[in-house]
Design a binder for this molecule. Structure first.
Ligand code: INI
Length: 177
């Protein structure tokens, strides 16, 4: 059955930072993420995808993107898999801390769509396109957070009602409301 399409996020702009490390997994997260944004009405031109070597590099790029004022939210996608590497714990803590800190500093929603798993099989399960995919969930969280931030800052109360973002923002700019 085809997935439902809505236009609730039309006009919103998103940055996606995706790690190349474990690309077989992160590629699937990215597809699910962009598919979900598109189904919610986000135009391809309003999505900027930036690739970085690994999850460790995500926070710097996410913070820089958030500071540009050209995106309403940033979505971070990666897959850190324990395997045998002692890197795992360092990378997980740095990425989560860095993403959280970047969001607080910039006051732009920066979504944690980074898998942290013990095994490749667990990561594959969470990136499965047919089932629950963390990339799609990250896109939904990003849209929701843009609306939450706009609502609490009083910038766009119309978004709460599900009206397309582009319409409510632009109409008000032109003084038609
Ligand atoms: N990067 C990942 O995104 N996932 C991993 O599982 C991983 N492991 O296992 O090492 C990983 N390492 C690379 C790291 O993110 C940096 O790119 C690298 O250390 C250069 O700074």
């Amino acid at each position: 059955m085809a997935k439902k399409t809505t236009r609730t996020a039309a006009g919103l702009r998103f940055g996606i930072v995706v790690a190349r490390f474990n690309q077989r997994i992160t590629g699937k997260l990215l597809s699910a993420c962009t598919d979900t944004l598109a189904r919610c009405g986000v135009a391809a031109d309003d999505i900027q995808v930036v690739r970085v070597p690994g999850a460790f590099e995500i926070p710097l790029v996410a913070r820089t993107m958030a500071r540009t004022n050209r995106v309403d939210a940033v979505i971070c996608l990666g897959a850190v898999i324990r395997g045998d590497t002692p890197h795992f714990d360092y990378i997980c803590s740095e990425v989560s801390r860095g993403i959280g800190q970047a969001a607080l500093e910039t006051e732009v929603p920066i979504i944690f769509g980074v898998l942290t798993t013990e095994t490749v099989a667990q990561a594959e399960e969470r990136a499965d396109q047919q089932q629950f995919n963390r990339g799609g969930a990250a896109a939904q969280a990003a849209i929701e957070m843009v609306k939450v931030m706009r609502t609490i800052s009083g910038k766009d109360r119309k978004l709460e009602s599900g009206e397309p973002a582009s319409q409510s923002g632009r109409m008000r700019q032109k003084g038609k409301r």
